[in-house]
Design a protein. Structure first.
Length: 132
């Protein structure tokens, strides 16, 4: 297992997780009980590592591998996943920009609300969230 993990640039723990999630076919065993990995297994492990660097979830990677094992070229499916990931990142960036504007405005007005009585913290109570 250690050699396969090293060859693929992964940890042993990652290998165990990928086996448990059926991303990797169960490894054969040597007479001594050690897991045996093929060159194809190493290729799949490297693919998984690369897919994770693109932000794909293990379930998504599993779907890609299942398509491939079923004889279907999964590249069109991957394009859809990448488009979804890009749109998700765009939404996150937009949300973060809105939050930054709100925080900047709140900070700019913070001095006015330092002494508000009756509440917990006037700075937060007078903050106006930017709803876009």
């Amino acid at each position: 297992m250690g050699q396969a993990a090293e060859a693929a640039g992964l940890s042993r723990k990652a290998l165990r997780v990928y086996e448990a999630k059926a991303l990797l076919s169960p490894a054969g065993r040597s007479e001594a009980g050690y897991r045996l990995y093929t060159d194809d297994d190493i290729t799949v492990l490297r693919f998984i590592r690369q897919a994770k660097t693109l932000g794909l979830a293990l379930d998504e990677i599993g779907d890609i591998l299942a398509l491939r094992r079923g004889g279907t070229t999964p590249c069109r499916h991957v394009i859809g996943l990448l488009d979804e990931r890009i749109h998700g990142i765009d939404r996150t960036i937009s949300d973060l920009r809105q939050l930054r504007r709100t925080l900047t405005d709140t900070r700019a007005n913070a001095e006015e609300h330092l002494t508000d009585a009756g509440g917990v913290c006037g700075i937060i109570e007078h903050a106006t969230p930017d709803h876009g």
